[in-house]
Design a protein around this ligand. Sequence first.
Ligand SMILES: Nc1nc2c(ncn2[C@@H]2O[C@H](COP(=O)(O)OP(=O)(O)O)[C@@H](O)[C@H]2O)c(=O)[nH]1
Ligand SMILES: [Mg+2]
Ligand SMILES: [Zn+2]
Length: 335
Amino acid sequence: MIGRVIKIFSDFYYVETSIGIIEAKLRTVLKKQKAQVYTGDYVKLEQLDKNSMQAFIAEIQERKTLISRPKVANVSQVIIVSALKEPDLNFEQLNRYIAHCEYHKLKPILCFNKEDIEEFDDLKARIIDIYIPLNYQVIFTSALTKTGLDQIKPILENNTSILCGASGVGKSSIINAILNTSKQRTLPVSDKTKKGVHTTRHCELIEVQKNTFIVDTPGFSHLKFDFILPSEIKNLFVEMKDYDYVCKYKDCLHINEYGCSYKEITTNMDETRFESYKKFVTEAKEYEERISKESIKDEKNTKFNQNKIMAKISHKKRAVSRKTLKQNMYKDEIE
Ligand SMILES: Nc1nc2c(ncn2[C@@H]2O[C@H](COP(=O)(O)OP(=O)(O)O)[C@@H](O)[C@H]2O)c(=O)[nH]1
Ligand SMILES: [Mg+2]
Ligand SMILES: [Zn+2]
């Protein structure tokens, strides 16, 4: 039987199947292989012993996507929830989420909640001006008065959507409004797994209807770009891609390098978008510096530990450190 893991409590996996939710454990052989099962995984279940009711996960199906924070498999789209007010809309935070979606090659849908608080004419116009030309879908909602929800529902259909956004913007309220219940659906928790409440490692998949799942996330405040190279940030800004054709320099960051047509970029690109871009590049530079320092340290350690062995640095690491040198020249200008 094939099912989908909708929740994990310590060693127990809750699998949604055609006959309901089944509590399963991981087969020892998979444990020994250190197989990882994530919420959202499709798995094959079997019963080892006909007399026992315990089901086991025997196989994990190949996953289409895996996002890291939180760890959820087979998510098909991301709904980035912001509040128009309370808390105030933070464009950098929004651009950060969008860039993370681009990194994971997941489609983001921009949801601006709490539209009941006031008119927000100027703010809404500004949002539309910035994000519609970039081909992002924009939805204004109120979980309180339930406006805009009819726009979200068809988007959710046959998808696994994850709701992300800062704490307090209304993610859980939107889900509750969609589910039309006052309380989020909770799973029956057996006695032996009660302790599991505190050991939840992953998020829960909520089934809205057949084949339609949503994942609520707690708000995470910072998703720093401290894991990719500065030159990769460009790929996370759809409007930046066009400038790669305009600029004659191949590895240019288009910030204010000599000879770059960055002026054209800054006049055409929304200011908040460009500011976010620069900020993320700076974060990526910290990462680049760190890995180049580490490669130097590795080199020294190798020399020290194995006196006669010449230190070997991979081509990749060499390239990085040369690049860092070059980019440090721009650093002052960027900051
Ligand atoms: N005025 C207004 N308040 C809302 C709306 N949605 C959520 N809230 C309130 O905002 C607070 C945070 O909501 P919650 O759903 O817990 O946010 P989450 O942290 O993103 O899950 C709660 O006090 C909600 O009642 C909305 O559309 N309008
Ligand atoms: Mg919440
Ligand atoms: Zn350039």
